[in-house]
Design a binder for this molecule. Structure first.
Ligand code: FAD
Length: 627
């Protein structure tokens, strides 16, 4: 049957990671009836996997830290392509959002004098990551869920129902947004277990669906990261920016093959771990780019002194931003100085006593013991780059999270949104991003609902069409196998749109993606509607493909190397290209279209936070002249 369960809400939040939960809390605090939808089990989002911590300039470990230093680091990390306003709001509001979590019941690790402890991370000038061992994301999700439960208890006391104002739909996938003219009117999806359909009628939708990593074979991302929110936004008339910028985390496991890509947290380096090649050399000293030379140590001695005396020494080059470290590892392996499994060595065993390693990096110790039979207190880890994070995403208004483009009532926060991190995200800046912009999106979605003269209504024809699209793979007697298609897509993206890119290969990728698009239109799923992962993947593929096409198209267009986009044929950063955002949309025929749009110019009071000599490395002469 195609009966569809119907639900009425004010705000529907798609995604139950940190951004989604924080948005839902805010919408509910504004009195809105709020639904939280998650594709996987409640509590199992990428946010829970975050290890290192949340970046916030609280100045607890080094009192010189403040929002201006954090803002500078974020802009440098993103190579000045960031939306400056998002970077500013993030740097200013992150400390408050972290404190607020403690009022919800979180407990971060402490300094000796009882303040929230902060650890070092790549690209952050001072120790800045609030953390709970190497399981920070778990505490974040636990606390946000606890806050939701406490709000539900308040609602029970008042209305007699726990779910009167906030309800969680877990293992539920949204496949389509529904519109009334240019306004959001709801969302359509299915229960993964039964395969039954649901229709949410709601005037506001917050996208908080996370990333796109599953389009790559070697990835730290889990199964549900198929770019659904990105694709939903595109199909609803919103735009995506910066899709060429993907973060390849420098340290994923490379051995054994079954776990290739699983993340090795940057905290390993933040706490003193070093990278060596097969000759035993700490090679990162050879890879410090000019723009960063002043801030990084030139000798091992200086780098080692930094851990205990950061005020009088420069930081080790292992803590350069992720794009730099990933490219360096790639070069070492290519030059034949890699480890046996095709990575490099990451060592803490010779750097810290075993008990310190086990105390500071318990998950890593456990992960290597269980998965690779390696005791990291005794031997080095083998690591290499893994597709980790997408900087690109839904183009939003920085203050409200409202999606740009032709659609109203659509908001986005967290990894699915774009702009904040420019061309490269600093570690730890995601967890704080989720909290800062999750709150803002929830608040403004609620305000938008209040501003509406009438409730938009989904069109029955659109609901029927969404059901038909969802059922199509089951209706086909014969057709393409979804798993084969996913593998083929992963091969195209990994081989041709990976860490180092070239014009010819990108052209070839677009050709193959086009072929894949035709094959995906013919995808068939065996079996029925009850818990059928093949069917679910068949539906996800449509999203993966459209999003991959945006990435490949933008990667071909951008003729420079910056952050998470490296072109072998254009190895330098170009100040002209820095002024350009590539904006992806769908045209009337549903084809991916790419436009150029100027990156918003930083106002003088923010430009003044930088030395002119530093700005000269990024900006055009014309921009410098304007200052
Ligand atoms: P997520 O937490 O990814 O949640 C997305 C939600 O959307 C999930 O609930 C999912 O089920 C749901 N969803 C997706 N599609 C649909 C759909 N179609 N219908 C319904 N629901 C859907 N960042 C840091 O700042 N510090 C760290 O230490 C750190 N460590 C990391 C470690 C790992 C292993 C990984 C993978 C990432 C790490 N990151 C870290 C990055 C960070 O965790 C993520 O960027 C962040 O958690 C994304 O949060 P989010 O709320 O945007 O989405």
């Amino acid at each position: 049957t195609t009966t569809t369960e119907r639900h009425l809400y004010d705000v529907v939040v798609i995604g139950a990671g940190g951004a989604g939960l924080r948005a839902a809390i805010e919408a509910r605090l504004a009195g809105k009836r709020t639904a939280i939808i998650s594709k996987s089990l409640f509590g199992k989002a990428h946010t829970v996997m975050a290890e290192g911590g949340a970046a916030a300039a609280m100045g607890n470990v080094n009192s010189r830290d403040n929002w201006m230093v954090h803002f500078r680091d974020t802009m440098r990390g993103g190579k000045f392509l960031n939306n400056f306003r998002m970077a500013e709001l993030h740097a200013k509001e992150a400390p408050e959002r972290i404190w607020e979590l403690e009022t919800y019941g979180a407990l971060f690790d402490r300094t000796k004098d009882g303040k929230i402890s902060q650890r070092n991370f790549g690209g952050h000038e001072y120790p800045r990551l609030a953390h709970v061992g190497d399981r920070t994301g778990l505490e974040l999700i636990r606390t946000l869920q606890q806050k939701i439960v406490s709000l539900q208890q308040e609602d029970f006391a008042e209305t007699g129902s726990y779910e009167s104002r906030i309800r969680v739909f877990q293992e539920t996938t949204i496949t389509e947004l529904l519109l009334d003219g240019d306004r959001v009117a709801g969302a359509f999806g299915y229960y993964r277990e039964s395969g039954d359909f649901l229709l949410f009628e709601a005037p506001a939708v917050v996208l908080a669906t996370g990333g796109v990593g599953r389009s790559y074979k070697v990835t730290s991302n889990s199964w549900e990261y198929t770019g659904d929110g990105h694709a939903l936004a595109l199909r609803a008339g919103a735009t995506l920016i910066n899709m060429e910028f993907l973060q390849f985390h420098p340290t994923g496991m490379v051995w054994p093959p079954s776990v290739k890509g699983i993340l090795v947290t940057e905290s390993v380096r933040g706490d003193g771990g070093v990278l060596r090649n097969s000759e035993g050399k700490r090679f990162m000293f050879d890879y410090v780019p000019d723009v960063f030379r002043k801030q990084y140590a030139e000798t091992e001695e200086e780098a080692d002194r930094w851990y205990t005396d950061p005020d009088n020494n420069r930081r080790p080059p292992e803590l350069l931003p992720r794009d730099e470290v990933a490219r360096a590892i790639n070069s070492e392996v290519k030059a034949g100085r890699g480890s046996p499994a095709g990575g490099v060595f990451l060592d803490v065993s010779t750097r810290m006593p075993a008990e310190t390693i086990i105390r500071r990096l318990p998950s890593m110790h456990h992960q290597f013991k269980e998965l690779a039979d390696v005791d990291i207190t005794k031997e080095p880890m083998e690591v290499g780059p893994t597709c980790h994070y997408v900087m690109g995403g839904v183009e939003v208004d920085p203050d409200t999270g409202a999606a740009a483009g032709s659609v109203r009532g659509l908001f986005a926060a967290g990894e699915v949104s774009g702009g904040m991190h420019g061309s490269n995200r600093l570690g730890g800046n995601s967890l704080s991003d989720l909290l800062v912009f999750g709150k803002r999106a929830g608040e403004h979605a609620a305000a938008y609902v209040d501003s509406l003269p009438r409730r938009p209504k989904p069109d029955r024809v659109d609901v029927a069409a969404a059901a038909e699209v969802a059922l199509a793979p089951l209706a086909r007697e014969q057709g393409e196998n979804p798993y084969t298609l996913q593998q083929d897509l992963q091969a195209v993206m990994g081989d041709l749109v990976g860490i180092i890119r070239r014009e010819g290969e990108l052209g070839e990728a677009l050709k193959r993606l086009h072929e894949l698009r035709l094959r995906v239109a013919d995808v068939a799923a065996v079996g029925g509607r009850r818990y059928n992962p093949g069917w679910h993947l068949a539906l996800d593929l449509r999203n993966m493909l459209i999003v991959s096409e945006c990435t490949a198209k933008a990667a071909l267009e951008r003729e420079e190397s910056r952050g998470g986009h490296t072109r072998e044929d254009f190895p330098k950063m170009s100040p002209q290209w820095r002024r350009i955002n590539l904006v992806c949309s769908l045209d009337e025929a549903g084809e991916v279209r790419l436009d150029r749009k100027p990156v918003p110019a930083m106002p003088p009071e923010l430009l003044d936070l930088f030395d002119r000599s530093e700005l000269a490395k990024y900006l055009t002469d014309e921009e410098l002249g304007e200052e």
